[in-house]
Design a protein around this ligand. Structure first.
Ligand code: FMN
Length: 159
């Protein structure tokens, strides 16, 4: 059974989560696909597909949206799981998750995960730093990756 983990990451947090997922999955036949390097991968050869991205100024990366739009019929016939990396909590992050993935895919998905996120000030440009300082309580690097959520996601997906 071939599995693909397809993702986008701006400052490396989602990429970190992908590694955390990979080591937890029992299946050893896993391809990790970074959409930054491979814009439009052929996903038809995979039985299991995990898709994840991060939120920047309210939106998931466009390449994730485009990949899903292009492959929606294929995805609805595979085992799929979806995750999001973001810093908002509670209701707001659920709203962001729902806006990031279409309803039919969310309902079809075996596991929907919210893994928290990080603010990595060293990797932000001037504008990003200004935005984060304005809209959040943080002004230096902080990690809020939720490993328990990742464990639960993997458990659900592998059931
Ligand atoms: C400029 C900027 C804007 C952000 N906007 C949001 C946002 O609207 N909502 C949110 O929940 N998190 C927001 N975040 C937090 C990111 O989702 C978080 O930093 C995440 O870990 C980034 O993952 P990545 O490095 O894989 O892209 C923002 C971060 C930055 C730097």
């Amino acid at each position: 059974m071939k599995t693909a983990i397809i993702y986008m990451s701006k400052h490396g947090s989602t990429e970190k989560m992908v590694e955390m997922l990979k080591v937890r999955l029992i299946n050893s036949d896993i391809d990790v696909i970074n959409l930054k390097k491979q814009k439009s991968p052929d996903i038809s050869k995979y039985e299991n597909i995990i898709i994840g991205g991060s939120i920047h100024v309210g939106k998931i990366q466009n390449r994730i949206t485009k990949l899903i739009e292009k492959n929606i019929n294929i995805l609805l016939n595979k085992k799929v799981a979806l995750f999001l990396c973001c810093m908002y909590e509670n209701e707001k992050r659920i709203e962001q998750f729902n806006n990031s993935f279409p309803e039919n895919l969310r309902n079809h998905s075996s596991a929907n995960g919210l893994f928290g996120g990080e603010f990595v000030f060293e990797k932000m440009n001037f504008l990003e730093r200004a935005i984060v300082k304005k809209v959040s309580e943080y002004s230096c690097t902080v990690s809020k990756i939720d490993e328990k959520a990742i464990d639960e996601f993997v458990e659900k997906f592998q059931k």
